[in-house]
Design a protein around this ligand. Structure first.
Ligand code: GRG
Length: 322
């Protein structure tokens, strides 16, 4: 129901965003077009560009820059996915072979660079320093977050605060930037811009918390990703951290060993411990709390169908199964 309303409300704007994406993907180099089209046309949810559009509309912006900046945000997101699949050596995304599995790591990284730098060309067109500042800060923090995550891999002593820092950087920051861009276009007050940013940050945090739940509980057919990838990479995500804190000494030792060795053979045992300790419920509850903070930030916005959609989206993000 929510998804139907969401799609209906944004149909025209998202069609315009898609048009910008198609036009600006173009390169004289065939391989760039091939890989960029493969990943961009590959069935992503287009959540971040939708946030730019929702925010711009909620703040009363009527022009075309929202479509340009929405495409910019999707290009940056796509560049991070291309790079991430190389770093994580993933072979499945969106239910298909990753670009790196199909075209190789070098081509994937380089097309990621193309999309990332094309995004910077496009953001210049907004002619607004605060737009560039927002995106420069966001992309830098995303990269920093990935380095932090790399350091955390196979470290079973990573605590909740450290984990929250990683997801703040690698995921929530781009949600924050998307919301802030809409507010900038709407020429809002500093307080309203901040409210949009807070909503985006907490929505993004909830989104990643659920992403980390789904890695232990989803149907692969729904997420288009392998179950247990995080464990295979030795990523100490909240379900594992919580399970170690609340399990018996023996259970904590099994989870610790699995993180340290990226031990996928232990996936079944780890899954049992995660369920026994209520770690997935806890992580979902954390996501719900984040959505409540996100929604509370929107009280300063005037009522509109776009604001209502943002409120509904937050609850959808915390409850999603894909
Ligand atoms: C190029 C700036 C830059 C940095 C590279 C590798 C890297 C540094 C960053 C990776 C960040 C990353 C992939 C975070 C995970 C975010 C996440 C939950 C992605 C999945 O988002 P969905 O579900 O994807 O919205 P779809 O497929 O729907 O588009």
């Amino acid at each position: 129901m929510f998804l139907d309303n969401f799609k209906k409300l944004l149909a025209d704007d998202m069609a315009a965003v898609d048009q910008v994406i198609r036009t600006r993907l173009h390169s004289e180099v065939v391989l760039v077009n091939q890989i960029a089209e493969y990943i961009i046309g590959g069935g992503g949810k287009r959540l971040r560009p939708a946030l730019v559009v929702l925010s711009a509309n909620a703040f009363g912006y009527q022009g075309k820059q929202q479509h340009n900046l929405a495409a910019v945000v999707e290009f940056i997101h796509t560049a991070t996915l291309l790079h991430d699949d190389v770093v994580d050596e993933s072979d499945l995304r969106r239910g298909k072979a990753t670009a790196s599995a199909l075209f190789g790591n070098a081509a994937s990284v380089l097309v990621g660079d193309f999309l990332y730098s094309r995004a910077f060309q496009m953001m210049m067109e907004a002619g607004e320093m605060s737009v560039m500042q927002t995106l420069a800060d966001a992309t830098n923090l995303i990269a920093e977050g990935e380095v932090l995550q790399l350091l955390n891999c196979h470290d079973a002593d990573v605590d909740t605060a450290n984990y929250m820092r990683v997801i703040h950087c690698k995921t929530a920051k781009l949600f924050e930037a998307a919301m802030r861009l809409g507010a900038i276009l709407g020429k809002t007050s500093a307080a309203e811009q901040e409210a949009a940013a807070i909503y985006g940050m907490h929505l993004g945090t909830a989104f990643q918390l659920v992403d980390d739940v789904l890695d232990y509980s989803a149907e692969e057919a729904k997420t288009g990703k392998h179950l247990g990838d995080d464990l295979a990479e030795g990523k100490p995500t909240l379900p594992l951290i919580y399970a170690m804190q609340h399990g018996t000494a023996e259970q904590a030792a099994v989870v610790r060993e699995a993180i340290e060795n990226g031990n996928v053979e232990q996936f079944g045992a780890v899954l049992e411990i995660i369920h026994a300790t209520g770690a997935l419920d806890h992580t979902r509850q954390m996501a719900m709390r984040e959505t409540e903070v996100a929604c509370a930030a929107l009280t300063v916005l005037p009522d509109s169908q776009y604001k209502q959609c943002l409120l509904d989206l937050a609850h959808f993000a915390a409850n999603r199964e894909f």
